[in-house]
Design a protein around this ligand. Structure first.
Ligand code: HEC
Length: 379
């Protein structure tokens, strides 16, 4: 095994020494040298004359690539692949692409920066370096400081380098490496390593498969997702029509829901006889009725039911609610009118719940009594 000279190194024992040595090496004009310290030392970059890293440009490029790529992809999806009108907006609504573009730009910048560092700066797949496993590396990764000038430097002359390093007060030492340990020798393709990779991947796949498909389903594990059932819109051969669900039997009523059997056009006063107000007279009922009446009825019927609409002729004015006709109507007739509407008056069953409608009826009755108070009411 032939040994080759990699570099001449020098070891120092204080940070000040190494900064001075780095400056001396730089001033002597060497470029292929490196300094190793067990921890970061202030001012060393300046002393070594290091230029700013170019990694930032890789990141910038990767970020721009990510952003442009994502905008193009999103535009292609939005215009060509799956055009959809959402809220009446144009297909190419770029503000919607901003979050995902930002995310992809950051993601790609990060991944490509790390990738570039590993491949270009650390020369992957090479995994070794002549300095590895040398007495020099042992010292500088513990409590010493070292500088190493490479034999590959254009100005390299072993005698001169040794003199220079000695003059800075370091313990000079040569570092050799063998061809076998050469940089760029891709140890990744060692058949033993490949066999190991294959073995590990087979073992992890088999282990993962067994664990997630068998072990997790042994008793006592019980998964509710794993049960005989039909999923939404799934097909079955059990029923002739292929549907996995049946329609409810005709006339089925949902729990808590009372269907309203009368339709618009039916005579309010005759239907009214079949509907009884389930609410009792109480402060709570009247307050609820007042609130709903003022919200839903007063715009057209006026605050007191006189038919004095606030809509300035934009809607036909309704008749007064204090007519003999309405006063003699049964409660159910007013309820029916609110529920399904009457001629131009719209239905209110969707805005006002059943109990609220009955409360409104109570409030209309209260207004009517207030306008037609009897002698006895005044006492
Ligand atoms: C959009 C305006 C409007 C609103 C809101 C409205 N109504 Fe009416 N209402 C009318 C009109 C107009 C008529 C007359 C319909 C017709 O031509 O038969 C009417 C008729 C009525 C009648 C029958 C009157 C009669 O003499 O035939 C009653 C009772 C009634 N409304 C109660 C209410 C109640 C209670 C509310 C609140 C839940 C309400 N209305 C909300 C416009 C409205």
């Amino acid at each position: 095994m032939e040994k080759k000279l990699y570099s001449i190194s020098a070891i120092y024992s204080t940070p000040n020494d190494i900064v001075a040595a780095a400056k001396a090496v730089k001033d002597a004009g060497y470029t292929k040298f490196d300094v190793h310290t067990p921890y970061p030392i202030h001012g060393l970059d300046g002393a070594m004359g290091l230029k700013e890293t170019k990694l930032g440009f890789v990141t910038l490029f990767a970020g721009i690539l990510g952003a442009v790529g994502m905008i193009s992809f999103a535009s292609w999806v939005a215009i060509v692949d799956y055009p959809q009108v959402i809220g009446g907006k144009p297909y190419w609504s770029w503000p919607a692409f901003v979050p995902v573009t930002y995310e992809i730009a950051v993601l790609l910048a990060v991944l490509l920066t790390v990738g570039a560092m590993i491949v270009f700066f650390f020369k992957f797949p090479n995994t070794s370096h002549p300095l590895h496993d040398t007495p020099y590396m042992k010292k500088v990764s513990a409590d010493r400081f070292g500088v190493a000038i490479q034999a590959a430097d254009e100005m390299f002359d072993e005698k001169k380098v040794r003199e220079l390093l000695k003059s800075t007060g370091g313990e000079v030492e040569a570092i050799y490496y063998s061809e076998e340990f050469l940089i760029f020798k891709p140890q990744l393709f060692d058949p033993k390593f490949i066999l190991l990779l294959i073995g590990v991947s087979l073992a992890t796949s088999a282990g993962g498969y067994l664990y997630f498909n068998k072990v997790l389903y042994l008793p006592p594990f019980d998964w509710m997702v794993e049960q005989p059932r039909f999923d939404v819109q799934s097909r079955t051969d059990y029923f002739e029509d292929g549907h996995s669900m049946r329609l409810p039997v005709q006339g089925t009523v949902a729990r808590g829901f009372i269907p309203y059997p009368y339709v618009l056009g039916a005579k309010a006063d005759s239907i009214g006889k079949f509907l009884i107000n389930p609410l009792l007279n109480s402060k709570v009922t009247l307050e609820l009725g007042k609130k709903k009446y003022l919200t839903y009825c007063s715009p057209c019927h006026g605050n007191f039911g006189n038919g004095d609409s606030r809509l300035n002729g934009q809607f036909p004015n309704p008749p007064t609610l204090h007519s003999d006709k309405i006063r003699n109507w049964p409660d159910g007739a007013i309820f029916h009118t609110i529920t399904v509407g009457q001629n131009v008056m719209p239905a209110y069953q969707y805005q006002i719940s059943r109990d609220e409608r009955w409360a409104v009826v109570k409030y209309v009755r209260t207004l009517q009594r207030a306008y037609n108070a009897k002698e006895s009411d005044l006492r």
